[in-house]
Design a protein around this ligand. Sequence first.
Ligand code: F6P
Length: 477
Amino acid sequence: MKNNRLIITSYRLPFAFETSSGSTTVKNSAGGLVTAMKSLDFSESAEKPVWVGCADFSRRTWEKYKHLVNDDFEYIPVFLERKIQQDFYNGFSNSVLWPLFHYFTTYVDYQERDFIAYQKANEAVSETVAQLLKPQDIVWVHDYHFMGLPRLIREKQPEATIGFFLHIPFPSYELIRTLPQKCKEYLLTGLLGSDLIGFHTTDYNIHFLQSVQLNLGVQHKIWKINYQNRLIQSDAFPVGINYSLYHDAYDQPDVVQEREALRNAYKGNKIIFSVDRLDYTKGVMQRLDALEAFFRQYPEWTERLTFILVVVPSRDEILKYGERKVMIEQAVGRINGKYGTLIWRPIVYRYGSVSFPQLVALYTACDVALITPIRDGMNLVAKEFVATRKDHRGVLILSEMTGAANELSTALHINPMDENEVAEKMRQALEMEPEEQARRIAIMQRRIKEYDVKKWATSFVESLLNMHTIQQIEPTP
Ligand code: F6P
């Protein structure tokens, strides 16, 4: 892969322009995807990797300020008409695919115009990619926004090397079945334009293969699909984190300072912590129900426990997200009113983002991390929490409905719907002996240290190149 050039496509470009008091600056994203892409070794390629994504800024802003953007990648923004962008992102991507793929069928709001916008957006990005493509390039398409893209690129460049990775669950065929036939075909044949299709877990892969078989009548054998004289591989590649970044942050001076401030502020109390994007899939309401059940069943914890709940704003133009915010705020107020005392609040709630040092301080100051999604493709918060615990303390309570539960085998697993089970596991976690905490954390750390984000990205690209080579040597009859 050293000689190849990488072309990445994702909905978001890994930076944002911020304007305040008349001056514009650039904020680089520190997300997992950027770290993963940077970890790949393309050192012998004569050209810089390229990143194609949708612009959330105007052409004018781009021309004026592109010189401020980092030069880690060559960035190519695709400018969509405003209405198309909205219907594509808020509409089909986040009001059809997102709820459906997370099993929230009643939240699906299918509108024909949104599906048309989705196709137009995929077409626009495919044209940009096809124009750039050279024979040695590797195209890596990310996520549910661009499920149509692999086929569209292949139609324009039949010999291209194309990989696709889905960052959310791929649901059971029964869910895919509910989509209009033209959508199912568009999405599935879109993915089959790839040489390699990656998912977080084997279950998601099996669901995908079943959907392909039942919808398109296409057979598969040992993770290989024979389709239109091409052989396509689909497999599980569980995404990891930058382990050392989180692990080493434990001793960073600003983290130490933030952690001490937190410990002082909650002296004498145990801390349970959670952080999520504001999303109905994350199970925040169920978590609050479980907390209420806990205080009902174990009143001896009154004035001895604080739950720090951080909710990060997300997709706020979509009604279902705004509604959720109101529901969470009402539940927090109700629980604090009912169980709090004149000198203590059970829940400390923050709606907003936290800095990296604050996040690591929260991960390392808490006694328990409580992660309860109803569905989650992977859940990197769980892995980050485990990685930060250099002190080998802390207990992870983790929903069995996350992709991460497969790997984090010594977490206390819960079903997020079962408030009594969650309350009981909270008690168990709060009373767990330090030796047992250390044993559990050490097992999970070994796993996520080895399968980190670099391993994820490297093994995906190596498998993609292998698959493409097999294709060239043994074309399927
Ligand atoms: O998990 C899927 C995902 O699209 C991530 O890639 C992304 O960080 C997250 O959801 C947030 O989504 P958005 O880009 O819509 O804010």
